[in-house]
Design a protein around this ligand. Structure first.
Ligand code: GN1
Ligand code: MG
Length: 367
């Protein structure tokens, strides 16, 4: 899709003259551009309204969360510098702009001197990623989650994702069912996880909290020099959820030294030293407010979020690739296979991973 970015940028209250812009980021859903003006840089994004059907609700959630976290930092006498995303209003003082074609746009101030990683390279990065998202949750620990709109219904609801998969199998829209039978069996044979999640949510083992819900490793900005976590980004899916969703997506996106769409499945691995560092960073921020049942379910969260992602990629593949952006016809299939391989690996190391969490929880954590 071609957009008149220059014109769209002019709708926002930017400082300085626009010098240029370029495509930016690696998201599967929104379209992102980096704008440079004579004063500073901005990130401008088209919110995909096929996915986020109520962009105004998305922006209301983001504003609420950012304000709350900023006030918490001030209250706790911590620096707010670069730590919280800043939305730039339009010249009409709205948090988003709707163009003539009905596209929704919003703008953030670019957070300077930071980098992101698609693949975790070492323990220090893993610790910082865990700490960054742990802190995001800590700053929301007493936030009433019911204040947030449910911007994508049933987002991490595994039973509902199974229903969608089963419908996609029945409809067989893209005529691909026969070619992916083993993957379908893999998914269906793990349905018990959906019952386990439902039970934990309904019996209070997993209390509802304000969660980020898309804690991919590249959604935390790290300082260019110190490589310390600075700011959590991509708050579009922040909604009421369970902490294990956030820890789970961190596990999913950081343990292997491979990309989400790696075609060589022998490259998928679980680096336990990375898991330990990630967990140490996460628990250094969260161990005092999350409950022991939440802690005991963190590893389950890693397995369950990885499974749900595989199921979503498979469902999209069967439906003819209507949700995620793809670069080639079997892209969603490749993504699904990496996720299912990771699920298998987590299953084989689950006890060891649970022990690591328990040990960290009982010892003082260095920060
Ligand atoms: C999507 O667009 P991006 O990369 O931020 C998806 C996440 C998945 C992720 C998988 C709204 O996120 O749920 O974890 O792809 N976001 C939405 O890489 O569906
Ligand atoms: Mg996202």
């Amino acid at each position: 899709m071609k957009f008149d970015i220059q014109n769209i940028a002019q709708q926002f209250d930017l400082q300085g003259d626009i010098l240029g812009f370029r495509a930016f980021g690696s998201g599967h859903i929104n379209d992102t551009f980096l704008i440079e003006t004579s004063a500073q840089k901005y990130v401008i994004q088209r919110i995909n309204h096929e996915v986020f059907k109520k962009p105004a609700a998305v922006m209301a959630n983001i504003q609420l969360i950012c304000e709350y976290q900023k006030n918490k930092l001030i209250e706790q006498k911590e620096s707010i510098n670069r730590q919280i995303l800043q939305v730039v209003p339009t010249t009409n003082s709205s948090y988003y702009y709707t163009d003539n074609s009905g596209n929704f746009w919003r703008t953030y101030i670019y957070v300077p001197d930071t980098v992101t990683f698609d693949i975790v390279e070492n323990e220090k990065q893993a610790f910082q990623a865990g700490k960054g998202f742990g802190k995001f949750q800590r700053l929301l620990a007493d936030f009433p989650p019911q204040l947030l709109h449910e911007t994508i219904p049933h987002f991490h609801h595994l039973s509902w994702r199974y229903e969608q998969l089963e419908k996609a199998i029945d409809y067989n829209t893209a005529r691909r069912v026969d070619s992916v039978k083993p993957l379908i069996s893999f998914a269906l044979s793990r349905k018990a996880m959906a019952y386990q999640l439902d039970t934990c949510l309904s019996n209070g083992s997993l209390p509802l909290r304000a969660t980020h819900n898309d804690t991919k490793i590249n959604n935390v900005l790290m300082d260019k020099q110190t490589q310390e976590a600075v700011c959590v980004i991509d708050l579009d899916t922040a909604m009421a959820g369970a902490v294990i969703y956030d820890f789970g997506d961190l596990v999913r996106s950081s343990l292997s030294l491979s990309q989400e769409d790696e075609q060589d499945l022998s490259k998928i691995q679980l680096r336990m030293s990375i898991f330990k560092a990630l967990s140490e960073g996460y628990l250094s921020e969260t161990k005092h407010f999350i409950t022991s049942s939440e802690k005991s379910l963190l590893v389950f969260g890693g397995k369950m979020i990885t499974l749900i992602m595989g199921i979503r990629f498979l469902t999209d593949y069967l439906s003819g690739d209507v949700y995620y952006k793809i670069k080639y016809p079997t892209h969603n299939l490749d993504r699904c296979q990496t996720q299912f391989r990771l699920v298998e690996l987590i299953e084989s190391k689950e006890d060891e991973m649970n022990k690591i969490i328990a040990e960290i929880d009982t010892h003082t954590i260095k920060s």
